[in-house]
Design a protein around this ligand. Structure first.
Ligand code: GSH
Length: 198
């Protein structure tokens, strides 16, 4: 298994941390992000979106961290991270979808403006969606306690973690979101957790 990634990529981090917690072996291929390797024709042949992470698994190529998390969880995690029960799976997929919507297009992209000056003209919209993401998470954790779904740690938590953690870099401080801050700390205390690069 090969993972095309960069250390700075929060979406790559999701895959790296799940693999670390499950003790899964794979080859890390760091792409030359600074020189735009993710926009090269070779890389676009792997991922037409021009984004990391990308994985090569059993001779097939997959882009989008959701695909990678699903594969690793089901292949190496048994029923723990993404159970096969339809209702339970639906509950987790709801949060994985949230990670790919409000979390990405709010929190991640607000940070994209402050850190990379990417699409600054849309900053206000990203902030609004990012704030919505934090409010939804705060309300959910107030109801459910420690974790987002199923009363235990699952892919739902891993998928949401990186860009919630980095929200303050996108001008979305976490001070008003006490449940969210406590949940981040709970994730970081999981056995086998690895630190996300700053
Ligand atoms: N939904 C995708 C998002 C991937 C993504 O946004 N990757 C960022 C790094 S974390 C990237 O490569 N950005 C470069 C770009 O969009 O041009 C996933 O979860 O893999």
């Amino acid at each position: 298994m090969k993972l095309y990634m960069t250390e700075m990529s929060g979406n790559s981090f999701k895959v790296r941390v799940l693999a670390a917690m499950l003790g899964v072996d794979y080859e890390n291929i760091r792409i030359d992000w600074e020189n735009q390797a993710h926009k090269s024709s070779d890389f676009l042949a792997l991922n037409p979106r021009g984004q990391v992470p990308v994985m090569e698994i059993e001779g097939k190529v997959f882009w989008d961290s959701t695909a990678h998390l699903v594969y690793i969880a089901r292949k190496f995690g048994g029923e723990a991270w993404l159970p096969s029960d339809p209702l339970q799976m639906a509950e987790i997929m709801q949060w994985m979808s949230f990670a790919q919507n409000e979390v990405q297009f709010g929190l991640q992209w607000a940070r994209g403006v402050t850190v990379y000056n990417r699409r600054p003209e849309s900053f206000e919209g990203y902030l609004q969606d990012g704030k919505l993401a934090l409010e939804v998470l705060e309300a959910q954790l107030s109801r459910t306690g420690d974790w987002l779904a199923l009363g235990r740690v699952t892919l739902a938590d891993i998928a949401c973690y990186p860009y919630v953690k980095r929200a303050p870099e996108g001008d979305l401080p976490l001070t008003a979101y006490r449940e969210v801050a406590a949940w981040l700390a709970r994730c970081e205390a999981l056995p086998g957790w690895i630190a996300m690069d700053p």
